[in-house]
Ligand binder design. Structure first.
Ligand SMILES: NC(=O)c1ccc[n+]([C@@H]2O[C@H](COP(=O)([O-])OP(=O)(O)OC[C@H]3O[C@@H](n4cnc5c(N)ncnc54)[C@H](OP(=O)(O)O)[C@@H]3O)[C@@H](O)[C@H]2O)c1
Length: 296
C-alpha cells in the first residue's frame, strides 16, 4: 500500500481544510473519525477521495491499526485534557507502536514554548503533551500560527468594529501580533506533513499586525477613526486573568471560556513568532491583513 497521511480531527474545521489541502497536493489521505462523528461530514470528506477509518479513540489496538502504514499522523483534535492529553497521547503511542516516523500535534497556537506556565490553560495542556512527545520514538513537529485571523471579525478588544477601538497591552503600540488564516495554516500543515525533514517547531503567520497598524488599516478600510486604547501592563493583565480563572471554576470544563479568551489575548501580546518559516514551502498564497479586514 502507498504511504498515507493519517489526519485525526478530520471532521473539524482545521482538520477538514488540512485534508482538502493534502488531497490537492496529490497525497493519499486517511481520515481518523469517531463512530459518533457527524455522518454528513464523513460523507463530505469521503467524497474527496479520502479513506475513512472509524475507530474508538480510547482503544489503542484500533488506533494502532489505523496508524499502520502512515508516514505522518496529523492531529487537528480540539478539546481539553481528555482530548489534548488522554486521546492525543494514546494516538501518539499508537503511532509509535505502528512505526509511524512523524507526528504533528494539534498545537496551532501562539508560541506556548516561550510562555510561562500558568498564563494560558490551553497552552499548558500543549506543553504537557510535549513532555510525552519529546520522549517518544517519533519525530514531532509543532506548527505555531499565532491567532486564527478569523478572530478579527469577533469584536475582540484588539479590533472592535462596533466600538471602533483597538486595544493593546504592554507599553508598545508597535508590538507585532501574529495572525494566520485557517486556509494558510492548513496548507502549510499539509506541506509539512509531506516533508520528511521538518524541524521540531515551525512558526508561521499570514501577517503580523501591530495595534498602530491595525488602527490605521481599520481607518483606511472602514473610513472612520479608530481609537487606540492602552490597557495597562502585561503583569496586571496576567494577574487579572488569574483572578478571573479562580472566580469562574466552571470555565475549567469549557474550551473557550471567557477567561481563556482573555488568556489568549495576553499570549498575543507576550510572545511573537520569530523567525518565520513562511518561505519553507513555495506557492502558498499568504493572505494579507488588508484582505482580511476588508472582508469583515
Ligand atoms: N490559534 C487559534 O486562534 C485557534 C483558534 C481555534 C482553534 N485552534 C486550534 O486548532 C485546532 C483545531 O481546532 P478546530 O477549530 O478545527 O476544532 P473543531 O472544528 O472543533 O474540530 C475538532 C475535531 O476534534 C474532534 N474531537 C473533539 N473531541 C474529540 C474526542 N473526545 N475524541 C476524538 N476526537 C474529538 C472532533 O471530532 P467529531 O467531529 O467527532 O466531534 C473534530 O474532528 C485545535 O488545536 C485548536 O485549539 C486555534
Amino acid at each position: 500500500m502507498k504511504n498515507f497521511i493519517l489526519v485525526a480531527g478530520a471532521t473539524g474545521d482545521l482538520g477538514g481544510r488540512i485534508v482538502k489541502s493534502l488531497i490537492s497536493k496529490g497525497a493519499e489521505v486517511h481520515a481518523l473519525v469517531r463512530f459518533e462523528s457527524d455522518k454528513a461530514k464523513i460523507t463530505e470528506i469521503a467524497a474527496l477521495g479520502v479513506t475513512i477509518v472509524e475507530a474508538d479513540h480510547s482503544n489503542k489496538e484500533q488506533l494502532i491499526n489505523a496508524c499502520k502504514g502512515a508516514s505522518c499522523v496529523v492531529s487537528a483534535l480540539a478539546g481539553l485534557r481528555d482530548v489534548i492529553i488522554d486521546t492525543q497521547v494514546l494516538l501518539l503511542e499508537a503511532a509509535v507502536a505502528a512505526g509511524v516516523p512523524r507526528f504533528i500535534p494539534s498545537d496551532f497556537s501562539s508560541d506556548f514554548t516561550r510562555l510561562a506556565e500558568g498564563e494560558n490553560r490551553n497552552f499548558d495542556l500543549r506543553r504537557e503533551f510535549h513532555t510525552h512527545l519529546d520522549k517518544a520514538a517519533i519525530k514531532g513537529t509543532s506548527i505555531l500560527i499565532g491567532a486564527f485571523a478569523d478572530i478579527l471579525s469577533y469584536n475582540t478588544p484588539f479590533y472592535n468594529l462596533k466600538k471602533q477601538t483597538v486595544a493593546y497591552w504592554g507599553d508598545d503600540p508597535n508590538w507585532n501580533v501574529d495572525f494566520t488564516t485557517k486556509d494558510n495554516a492548513a496548507e502549510f500543515t499539509a506541506a509539512a506533513a509531506l516533508d520528511a525533514e521538518t524541524p521540531g517547531i515551525l512558526r508561521i503567520a499570514s501577517f503580523q499586525l501591530s495595534p498602530l497598524e491595525m488602527a490605521a488599516y481599520a481607518k483606511d478600510v472602514k473610513k472612520t477613526e479608530f481609537m487606540l486604547k492602552p490597557m495597562g501592563s502585561l503583569a496586571d493583565f496576567s494577574a487579572y486573568n488569574k483572578r478571573e480563572r479562580a472566580a469562574h471554576p466552571e470555565g475549567e470544563n469549557e474550551l473557550y471560556t471567557s477567561w481563556q479568551q482573555s488568556q489568549y489575548m495576553h499570549s498575543m501580546f507576550s510572545v511573537q513568532n520569530a523567525p518565520l518559516n513562511n518561505d519553507r514551502y513555495p506557492g502558498i498564497n499568504w493572505t494579507s491583513a488588508e484582505e482580511v479586514i476588508s472582508r469583515i
